[in-house]
Design a protein around this ligand. Structure first.
Ligand SMILES: *Cc1c(COP(=O)(O)O)cnc(C)c1O
Length: 434
């Protein structure tokens, strides 16, 4: 390929930007403290004092309840396992459909499959990158039991119209809030809007302990079922479901080991204390970037709903090729040469992954896509989510330039790189033709 004139060695940024790291002394001390205390996991898979975990697990959960003003918080070893437990807590199973977004991490939809139910993909909105209520309406059927909405990039779905559908159809709603801890939608914390909300402490997230997650709910039954699923519920259910008359009640449930260790919980507690501060730093940088980007009519900043807070886990923006006359790939390459890596947002819409395209998980069965419980034909064809597919193929970009230790200075340089592209646009168009 012809070498770009702009790639002349004089890139705007001289060395790679440092990485975001929210881990410090406090986390280190917390981990050491747990090791010295010698109880690395407080869980026992039996009814009794230790069924609900050790002291750090319990403290983390208590802090979540207080901060988010929810009745129950149940920690997990990841947001993925918490999502699986959330679907299980609602009692969803074979033959049921759950409407979810194709723009997410694969584990959102897998959580439905792990419960042998069917994910149905509704499209996203082009400004929030979250589920579109109009598309949800088109995809609701008699088999729909719940909506699994995903709050992307630190923002949120437009819950006003979504909750109307939920109430009218008597559906349940789970929020995958893995990317949006601390965000709000119309003054309410995301993750607490639905029947159940999920948070992530994965190493890449806003706050992290390596691996970890939390499920929150105000519903006692869902909270209890989530605790059972987290800790081998099938083995303990008899002991925990004693009725006042001494008889035992049976609650069908299958659990696993999805428990969070004490070291992880102790680190997560320290991270959680920092969440507001970390969010404020990113919001200030993102607001500055949004203001600067407004001078380019070919780049579109993310939507922030009225009376809502976006916490910018990453900063998503749309690239309008028709308005600038170069391709997204050329823009990415040029920005990278200037020292600013960009990422393609919505890179793999979930419905296009092989298991959905082939409708097959097991070598010898098409369950749960085709089964006695589900004698229907769910569609995962390319074209069912045109907005998500357009975002993936042409428009959506992400930058981490709004994450500390970056400052406004780095954002100014980022903007200079975009200006340099505009000034050299003819050359870039020629480069594309060559
Ligand atoms: C990261 C992420 C998950 C999974 O979180 P883990 O804690 O890594 O399991 C799920 N959904 C979304 C939207 C995510 O970003």
């Amino acid at each position: 390929m012809q070498k770009l004139a702009l790639f002349n060695g004089k890139s705007i940024l001289k060395k790679a930007l440092p990485r975001y790291n929210s881990i410090g002394k406090k986390e280190e001390q917390a981990a050491v403290r747990v090791v010295r205390e010698e109880l690395l996991s407080g869980f026992v898979g039996r009814a009794g004092d230790y069924f609900l975990g050790g002291k750090y697990v319990k403290e983390l959960e208590k802090r979540f309840c207080e901060y988010f003003n929810v009745k129950y918080a149940v920690s997990f070893n990841s947001a993925s396992t918490a999502l699986q437990a959330a679907v299980g807590a609602l009692g969803i199973g074979p033959g049921d459909e759950v409407i979810t977004s194709p723009y997410t991490m694969s584990s959102t939809a897998s959580a439905v499959l792990f419960n042998n139910a069917l994910p149905v993909f509704a499209d996203i909105e082009e400004n929030s990158f979250c589920l579109d209520s109009e598309s949800i309406k088109k995809n609701v059927s008699k088999k729909t039991k719940a909506i699994l909405a995903v709050n992307m990039h630190g923002g949120s779905a437009d819950y006003g119209p979504i909750l109307k559908i939920i109430r009218k159809r008597k559906l349940k709603i789970i929020e995958d809030n893995a990317q949006s801890a601390g965000a709000t939608y119309k003054r309410k914390f995301t993750g607490t809007i639905g029947d159940i909300g999920i948070f992530s402490f994965n190493v890449h997230k806003i706050i992290q302990c390596g691996e970890g997650g939390v499920l929150v709910t105000n519903n006692k039954k869902y909270g209890f079922r989530a605790q059972l699923i987290r800790n081998h519920g099938e083995a303990v259910i008899n002991d925990l479901c004693k009725l006042p008359n001494g008889k035992r009640s049976f609650e069908p449930i299958l659990g696993n080991n999805y428990r969070l260790s004490e070291i992880h919980a102790a680190i997560a507690i320290e991270q959680f204390k920092k969440m507001d501060k970390l969010n404020k730093q990113r919001i200030a940088l993102a607001d500055y970037l949004t203001e600067k980007l407004s001078q380019f009519n070919w780049l579109v900043s993310p939507l922030v709903f009225k009376n809502s807070i976006h916490v910018y886990y990453s900063y998503p923006f749309r690239f309008l090729a028709d308005k600038i006359g170069i391709k997204r790939t050329t823009f990415i390459k040029t920005m990278e040469a200037e020292g600013f890596p960009l990422f393609i947002g919505c890179e793999n819409p979930i419905h296009l992954l092989p298991i959905y395209q082939k409708k097959r998980i097991y070598p010898n069965s098409k369950f749960p896509f085709v089964s006695k419980e589900y004698p229907h034909n769910v569609s995962y064809k390319k074209g069912i989510c045109p907005v998500a597919e357009r975002m993936s193929e042409k428009e959506l970009l992400e930058t981490t330039i709004c994450q500390p230790p970056q400052t406004k200075k780095e954002i100014d340089l980022f903007i200079s790189a975009i200006k340099k592209i505009e000034q050299n646009i003819e050359e870039l168009r020629k480069y594309e033709k060559a």
